[in-house]
Design a protein around this ligand. Structure first.
Ligand SMILES: *[C@@H]1O[C@H](CO)[C@@H](O)[C@H](O)[C@H]1NC(C)=O
Ligand SMILES: *[C@@H]1O[C@H](CO)[C@@H](O)[C@H](O)[C@H]1NC(C)=O
Ligand SMILES: *[C@@H]1O[C@H](CO)[C@@H](O)[C@H](O)[C@H]1NC(C)=O
Ligand SMILES: *[C@@H]1O[C@H](CO)[C@@H](O)[C@H](O)[C@H]1NC(C)=O
Ligand SMILES: *[C@@H]1O[C@H](CO)[C@@H](O)[C@H](O)[C@H]1NC(C)=O
Ligand SMILES: *[C@@H]1O[C@H](CO)[C@@H](O)[C@H](O)[C@H]1NC(C)=O
Length: 760
């Protein structure tokens, strides 16, 4: 069952958000964590019966396989981790076979549950395999749903603890929880399974960064005034200082620090690099403050020895974990801007920054490395001005002459009832069953996109077996509330996202299947989806061109356009806007779009997914500026931000929303969900599982309010009322000849003032 989301493939480089600091976070969250690990021992409100097999195999059964009870296995090499028994699922012939327990009637809807299992595997031919906890739910109308709760790599050496959470919105008539995953022939061993109501996490406190010195570089001797003091070579390379690097700040840093800062013109040159990770380094542990957003900036260059493209990366080693502080790739010997951002949310024992990347023996030059906390508020002032310029318009309400005398001096009230800027959210079929979800959705968004329900793997999971029902129902819901809908997505280039029957087709059958997919989907929904993401993530995957040749992508666009000329056809990709992925830089994205256009593909929109970490305004804006030069609309199509602290999450969201709203190339923003446990990304929600709007949600609503205009005053002696307001629909009320008049008008985009004539 496809519940993946587009950015999951790259999560391995995103590390920051897991832990919590003892210093800045109130205790309860830690208690919550402790409770999870303590669950297996305690847990009297566990809804699983006989969770540790002390009552034999009672209440358990095999899903397509046999189950057995053990005190030990393999002549005493395998023992339970706790208590006396464990169970095995054996004689498995399919990946989905495993041990199961029916929990119908014991699990409630709209309640968040946390799940913990202790498992391992056993088998002749396997030493490690993924094990997944899955919840199967059947609704009264016999619709089935498979919810992946947790998945982890397990081994035959040790017990592994799997943890996850779930929330049911529908009305399950049956529910069964089970463990599955390893290849046939491998046994799944289970020591315990616990499913209990998740403890409510008390709202996090706003982390206040005392004495944050915004804009001040934490790198020691960054200007190299004192030789290489403060720096050390990582690995067996040699550092020395040269002169002749740029005096001007790299553009993204200039936008944060102001135009008059300058650099010394000195640079570190790294020679004798025996490995790609070797470069100049500093320890910065004591200089970092938790929860502050740090921007990274430098000029970098490589020496002559390079043969092709070289990668350069500003890396942070945080307690042994690599964090990306910015990454670029180039193949000349010019200076290049490198930039990025990061944040630490858990007290580390050490943090080292180093610059690395080029192949061994290629010299590396680094100038003006800066790491500084960003003052986000300062940039907001600039963005508000910009927003005023592009999203608002002067409006003159002009009352016709015959009626003027009656109404001069009368009071008038103008209220904006709709903002025309597209602001949407991802929805799922099951979230439709939660009335509170729907209420928030239709109240606060005017666009929607379906998380999975339109994907090929969902609409045709097996060849010729179609399921359009979920998409139809979602579409009906959106249309009934006048919401516009994006079609996501016709194809998806990532191999892991492609259902197995499609993966196994030979080229000629695949070509036919692609044609059938296009015809089937776009004929069925002709005129219904305003946008299509034609072929998701073309910068990251290449399933279709690998098999069908380089023209296939342009042909998908052309055919889609013929079948539904009404829809705007988008490219859609991730890590475009955060300078952290050399596969998907704005430059590469731009080139890909130009190439498609050159081949005749009618690309009508640029989708930036926006699964962003630690957004920094000037970095995001730089990407928008570059893509904006193509002259076609840019949308954030899957925006989500993640922080364990909901105030920091609120700040991140505000950064991206303000950048988007202030940028003339951006014509819409879609959030990738908003409801806890109904988002593919953790710690990204605006509304908690119980329906409470958290700090991030409140910030979102405050921005929406800020972007609506209201005005009141009196009609002047020319019979006019003037104000400036956001584009959208307005309601005006005034009194004329003792009559209350109430009417609506629409403010669209335009340079000149909009004159609305009101004939009385
Ligand atoms: C659990 O197993 C016990 C023992 O077989 C049985 O009496 C009980 O009815 C079972 N409970 C459920 C809900 O099936
Ligand atoms: C289960 O598998 C074992 C060994 O693979 C085999 O000996 C046994 O007959 C199988 N049992 C059943 C019920 O299929
Ligand atoms: C293990 O692999 C061998 C050789 O591939 C095969 O004959 C055997 O059936 C496998 N055993 C299991 C339990 O899958
Ligand atoms: C903040 O700065 C002031 C003045 O420099 C200093 O007295 C105070 O101790 C600092 N507080 C913290 C928490 O660092
Ligand atoms: C591709 O697969 C189809 C269906 O299995 C088959 O009829 C056809 O001969 C295959 N084509 C080639 C070139 O192998
Ligand atoms: C005027 O119309 C708007 C929207 O239709 C409504 O919300 C408002 O209450 C009306 N005002 C009066 C005074 O009728």
């Amino acid at each position: 069952m496809e519940t993946h989301n587009s950015y999951l493939a790259v999560l391995s480089i995103v590390i920051l958000h897991l832990g919590l600091s003892a210093e800045s976070i109130p205790v309860p969250k830690q208690v919550y964590q402790a409770t999870i690990t303590g669950l297996v021992a305690a847990g009297d409100d566990n809804i699983i019966l006989n969770p540790r097999f002390e009552d034999g195999l009672n209440n358990w059964s095999g899903k397509g396989c046999k189950i057995e009870l053990h005190e030990s296995m393999e002549d005493g090499k395998v023992f339970p981790q706790s208590r006396k028994f464990f169970a095995s699922a054996t004689n498995r012939t399919e990946n989905w076979n495993g041990i199961e327990q029916e929990i119908t009637g014991r699990v409630q809807r709209k309640v968040a549950y946390e799940v913990t299992a202790v498992v391992r595997i056993y088998g002749d031919n396997v030493t490690s395999a993924g094990v997944q906890i899955t919840l199967w739910v059947q609704e009264p109308d016999s619709r089935e749903q498979y919810i992946a709760i947790s998945k982890s790599e397990t081994t035959d050496k040790d017990w592994v603890q799997l943890q996850g959470e779930f929330l049911l919105n529908g009305f399950p008539s049956r529910s069964v929880i089970y463990l599955e995953g390893p290849p046939p022939g491998t046994d799944i061993l289970v020591n315990s399974l616990v499913v209990k109501r998740a403890n409510k996490i008390p709202a996090s406190a706003r982390p206040f960064s005392k004495n944050a010195t915004f804009g001040v570089n934490i790198i020691e001797n960054g200007n190299l005034d004192d030789g290489t003091m403060g720096w050390f070579p990582l690995g067996n390379c040699a550092l020395s200082v040269g002169t002749g690097s740029p005096h001007v700040l790299p553009p993204m840093a200039r936008d944060s620090l102001g135009p008059y800062e300058s650099l010394s013109g000195r640079y570190i040159i790294v020679t004798n690099r025996l490995d790609s990770w070797m470069g100049p380094a500093q320890m910065i542990t004591d200089k970092l403050k938790l929860y502050l957003t740090y921007q990274v900036s430098a000029w970098v260059r490589i020496g002559p020895g390079a043969t092709g493209s070289e990668l350069v990366n500003v890396a942070l080693d945080v307690d042994g974990q690599w964090i990306n502080g910015g990454e670029i790739e180039f193949n000349d010997d010019q200076w290049h801007e490198i930039g990025g951002s990061f944040r630490i949310e858990k007290q580390p024992s050490y943090v080292m920054v180093y610059v690395q990347g080029p192949a061994s023996d290629v010299d590396l030059m680094v100038s003006g490395l800066q790491i500084f906390p960003v003052n986000r508020q300062a940039r907001f002032k600039h963005l508000k001005k910009q927003t005023d310029k592009i999203r608002k318009r002067d409006i003159i309400l002009k009352f016709s002459r015959s009626g003027i005398s009656n109404i001069v001096g009368n009071s008038i009230k103008v209220r904006q009832i709709k903002n025309s800027f597209p602001l949407g959210s991802c929805v799922t079929r099951t979230s439709m069953d939660n009335d509170k979800f729907v209420k928030f959705l239709v109240k606060n968004f005017n666009w929607a996109v379906f998380e999975n329900e339109l994907k090929w793997s969902w609409t045709e999971p097996q060849e010729g077996k179609f399921n359009y029902r979920d998409a139809d129902e979602l579409l009906d819901l959106c249309k009934s509330y006048n919401m516009e809908v994006r079609g996501h997505c016709i194809f998806w280039e990532m191999e892991y996202a492609i259902q197995s029957w499609v993966r196994s087709l030979n080229a000629s059958s695949l070509m036919t299947a692609v044609q059938n997919r296009l015809t089937g989907l776009l004929t069925r929904y002709k005129g219904k989806f305003r946008h299509y993401d034609v072929n998701n993530e073309m910068l990251h995957g290449s399933f279709y061109p690998d098999r069908l040749g380089k023209d296939i992508r342009a042909n998908m666009f052309k055919t889609a356009h013929e079948l539904d000329p009404f829809a705007t056809l988008f490219v859609n990709d991730y890590h475009i806007e955060d300078a952290s992925d050399i596969r998907s830089t704005p430059e590469k994205y731009k080139q890909q779009i130009l190439d498609l256009q050159e081949q005749g593909a009618p690309v009508g929109g640029i989708g930036i997914q926006g699964h962003i970490d630690v957004p920094v305004g000037p970095v995001v804006c730089s990407a928008l500026d570059k893509l904006g030069t193509l002259g076609i609309p840019v949308w954030f199509t899957e925006l989500d931000v993640s922080s364990s602290n909901e105030y920091v999450r609120a700040d991140d969201l505000e950064v991206v929303l303000r950048e988007a709203f202030a940028h003339p190339a951006v014509e819409g923003v879609i959030l990738w969900g908003f409801w806890e446990l109904y988002m593919s990304r953790k710690n990204a929600h605006l509304v908690n599982a119980d329906g409470k709007i958290n700090a991030a949600g409140k910030r979102f609503l405050a921005l929406k309010k800020e972007w609506q205009s209201h005005a009141r005053g009196r009609i002047n002696e020319l019979g006019e009322f003037r104000f400036r307001g956001f584009h959208g629909t307005y309601n005006v009320e005034f009194v004329s000849t003792a009559k209350q008049v109430n009417m609506t008008f629409v403010v669209d985009q335009g340079e000149s003032p909009l004159v609305v004539s009101i004939d009385l």
